[in-house]
Design a protein around this ligand. Structure first.
Ligand SMILES: [Zn+2]
Ligand SMILES: [Zn+2]
Length: 379
């Protein structure tokens, strides 16, 4: 594994924890079934704690605390801090300061989980090294001012042990008849699963998938990864629009973290949900499309001018449509029916204009690719 992982560089506690939890999961599961007998309730207990701790990392540590993509009631914050600690991924203060540095210095030597240092390093190797044990204070200032996150940082270990080990073991024993079963699935197997699914965000999500929004960093979009990471698999979008409360932006994108935040917002427990304006998302996508074309073919100046012209027209038409809609939303109470009808007609024609420009853009991009492919085949 190279000198990077030499004995003097290794954080022995993290090393033992990461390598002994899977062993403990296998051994305790074996003895649980042998001694107390299988009970499906223990599987549900493990899954329940997996969901609770996993979502506390993605919706809590990641989108709420690290990126401030929305705000939440103190009770929700407290629950995220408690069950985030129970995932055994360090305190929110430490986790978030590392993560903010990851965004700020992505793919460089200062990135705590830099993928260019290798897949294993980005996945879990960085956790094993002593040098990553300190807090990046520059990115932790707001946490140092916040009583709740400071409390969790100070008592991280007792909270983690109480809610991540004692509680599941107690539920497994007292309610489901096997303390060993609770320890096997609610604690060890669940910790291993949560760990590696979170680690995938730093390894596989910078390794496999598409780049629809930016190619300036290694972050990728992948629906397969989204299935394993509570929706964090749309990582290319996330690195470009990091304060958006969503990672999967379409309704069908598998992003349970987004669905949970949105559901909480209906009850008032989550609020100030941040959304990236649609024109910014579209602009990024179109910019990548042009880059793709340029990389594939040598675009003649004439085509390039036409592509850029259409791109500007699409964005202008979209802006116009949005500002008309916004105007309507804010002023409709003051409008008479005639004025309302007039504005609605304007919105409809702006929408038509946008769709027309978009169609032309798509036609040009698609047909240019097809044409070039055909020329390529003939040659
Ligand atoms: Zn990343
Ligand atoms: Zn992030």
């Amino acid at each position: 594994m190279g000198s990077k992982y030499s004995f003097k560089n290794i954080d022995i506690v993290n090393f033992l924890f990461l390598f002994l939890t899977p062993v403990a999961a296998v051994v305790t599961t074996y003895y649980w079934v042998k001694v107390d007998g299988f009970h499906y309730g223990q599987i549900l207990l493990g899954l329940g704690f997996y969901l609770l701790t996993g979502i506390s990392i993605t919706a809590g540590y990641h989108r709420l605390f690290a990126h401030k993509a929305y705000d939440a009631h103190p009770l929700i914050k407290l629950l995220f801090l408690i069950f985030g600690a129970a995932s055994f991924e360090n305190s929110a203060l430490k986790w978030c300061s590392d993560h903010r540095l990851h965004h700020y210095k992505v793919d460089t030597n200062e990135d705590p989980y830099n993928i260019n240092e290798g897949f294993f390093y980005a996945h879990m190797g960085w956790v094993l090294l002593k040098k990553n044990g300190t807090v990046n204070e520059r990115f932790a200032k707001d946490f140092r001012q916040d009583k709740l996150t400071l409390w969790q940082h100070k008592y991280y270990l007792p909270i983690a042990v109480l809610f991540g080990m004692v509680l599941p073991t107690f539920i497994g024993g007292y309610f489901l008849g096997s303390y060993l079963g609770g320890l096997a699935l609610g604690v060890f197997a669940r910790i291993v699963m949560t760990h590696h699914c979170t680690f995938f965000i730093n390894s596989l999500c910078h390794f496999m998938g598409s780049t629809p929004y930016t190619d300036t960093n290694t972050a990728k979009d992948s629906w397969i990864m989204a299935l394993l990471t509570f929706g964090e698999g749309y990582h290319n979008f996330h690195h470009y629009f990091q304060t958006d409360y969503r990672n999967g932006i379409r309704w069908f994108h598998f992003d349970p973290t987004k669905w949970m935040i949105k559901s909480l917002s209906f009850t008032g427990l989550a609020f100030k949900l941040k959304l990236t304006p649609q024109e910014k998302i579209l602009a990024a996508r179109m910019q990548m499309k042009v880059k793709e074309l340029k990389n594939k073919f040598e675009l003649p100046e004439m085509v390039l001018v036409e592509v850029e012209k259409l791109r500007a027209q699409v964005l202008e038409a979209m802006n116009k449509m949005h500002s008309l809609k916004e105007d309507y939303k804010f002023n409709k109470d003051k409008m008479c029916s005639m004025a309302m009808k007039e504005v609605n007609e304007k919105i409809d024609s702006a929408k038509e204009e946008f769709e027309h420009c978009m169609e032309q853009w798509e036609y040009l991009v698609k047909n240019y690719s097809l044409l070039q492919a055909e020329v390529g085949i003939r040659n």
